[in-house]
Design a protein around this ligand. Structure first.
Ligand SMILES: [Fe+2]
Length: 399
């Protein structure tokens, strides 16, 4: 038996000072039917239920409403939002929240719905336009309690201290970070993702796997976030294709829901990196599905930022594929890139930004916007503007 203790490097972040924040988590079939009793525990006057048309059509919102009625909770519904929540949609939600006299938030939906609810809470509590949170999140009043029922497996928004909003004037997605964006409770019910169209399951799953990867290679990773990131990789990689191809496969849905949750806790606390910084810039311009944009920028961003991280690339690969053999550590990054590209092709996700509709004349603006993205703070390598211009050119036309 090998009893050699791990080298300090294996402890991720070398035991530098780190904190770990997570909400209360209720996980399993039937979790969404408990929404009423969890919301009632906050003894609010009125709940703002944030959702969207698709979630209402799928029936999940109706079940949550039934649990609210059973718990005797008064509520109003806000569903006037689109994917990638826009600044003006959020401010319309703030207005509705205040006019209705709400004091608790309940989000039922995917990452866009949850981010919208987070932003409504923060902006309403502080009587401030959501884009003014970019200046500073210091000294803010705490947001009202937020309970989440996620209906996609990918965003991690239900556990993270991030919220992403689309600045419509600048056409860029902006990531906000702060303790007040962490929900109080998340009710994770694997049944909810069975009704997702396969292309969404694919894009959300790719997003979740990239959360785990960027958290694991972040310069703010810790022994705790490493546990979550590697377990997320172990769950998501083998189950994603099955979840996309077979909507009746509950085992895969459960694995994806759990994997996404763990990846969310990893990146919430370790941060993300260049893949998300480039993805936010391009996603804001295109208003496209987040996971699809990440797939297109992945190879260029990953090759750049993980160039000196062979041991961690190898460990992540081994988490995804326990039997993976590699002769030389120098090959780990290329093997990781090959594996992601194979997955991307199987999932039918885009290979280039050109495929998604980006124009060559957009690339300089994308580079400037990515340079401002908060996710670069935890990227293992900090790019210059010139580096980003090159990286966007590569992502634009790579085949
Ligand atoms: Fe993401």
């Amino acid at each position: 038996m090998n009893t050699t203790p791990p080298a300090s490097d294996d402890l991720g972040g070398g035991m530098e000072l780190r904190r770990f924040i997570a909400p209360e988590i209720v996980l399993g079939r039937g979790a969404l039917d408990r929404a009423g009793r969890h919301v009632a525990a906050y003894q609010g006057r009125k709940i703002l239920l944030v959702t969207d048309e698709n979630v209402r059509r799928a029936g999940w919102c109706g079940r949550v409403e039934e649990s609210l009625r059973q718990a005797g909770c008064a509520y109003a519904i806000f569903d006037r939002l689109t994917p990638n929540p826009k600044d003006h949609e959020i401010m319309a939600g703030v207005d509705f929240y205040l006019r209705q006299g709400c004091d608790v938030l309940l989000a039922v939906g995917g990452g866009s719905v949850i981010d919208c609810a987070k932003c409504i809470g923060a902006a309403a509590a502080n009587q401030r336009h959501i884009l003014r949170f970019l200046d500073s999140t210091e000294g803010l009043l705490p947001a009202p309690p937020l309970i989440c029922v996620p209906t996609t497996a990918g965003s991690g928004a239900d556990v993270s201290q991030f919220a992403v909003v689309l600045d419509t004037r600048r056409r860029v997605k902006v990531a906000l970070i702060g303790r007040s964006f962490v929900p109080e409770v998340t009710l994770v019910d694997p049944e909810t993702i069975a009704t997702l169209p396969p292309e969404y399951t694919a894009a959300c799953g790719m997003d979740a796997l990239i959360h785990a990867l960027e958290a694991y290679l972040s310069n703010a990773s810790s022994p705790i976030t490493d546990l979550y990131a590697l377990e997320a990789a172990r769950l998501i990689r083998p189950h994603l294709i099955q979840a996309v191809n077979d909507s009746t496969n509950m085992q895969s849905h459960q694995a994806m829901m759990l994997g996404s949750l763990l990846a969310g806790m990893a990146f919430s606390n370790a941060g993300l990196g260049l893949i998300h910084a480039m993805g936010h810039a391009a996603g804001g311009l295109l208003d496209a599905t987040h996971g699809a944009v990440l797939a297109a920028v992945f190879p260029s961003a990953a090759r750049y930022q993980f160039a000196n991280a062979a041991p961690r690339c190898r460990a992540f690969l081994r988490a995804m594929h326990p039997d993976f053999k590699i002769d030389c550590e120098d090959e780990a990054l290329q093997a990781l890139l090959d594996d992601f590209q194979e997955l991307r092709n199987e999932l039918g996700l885009p290979r280039t930004l050109a495929e998604l509709g980006v124009r060559h004349s957009d690339l300089s603006a994308l580079a400037r916007n990515a340079l401002q993205d908060v996710c670069l703070a935890t990227a293992p390598v900090a790019p210059t503007l010139e580096d980003l211009e090159e990286l966007f050119k590569e992502a634009y036309g790579r085949q």
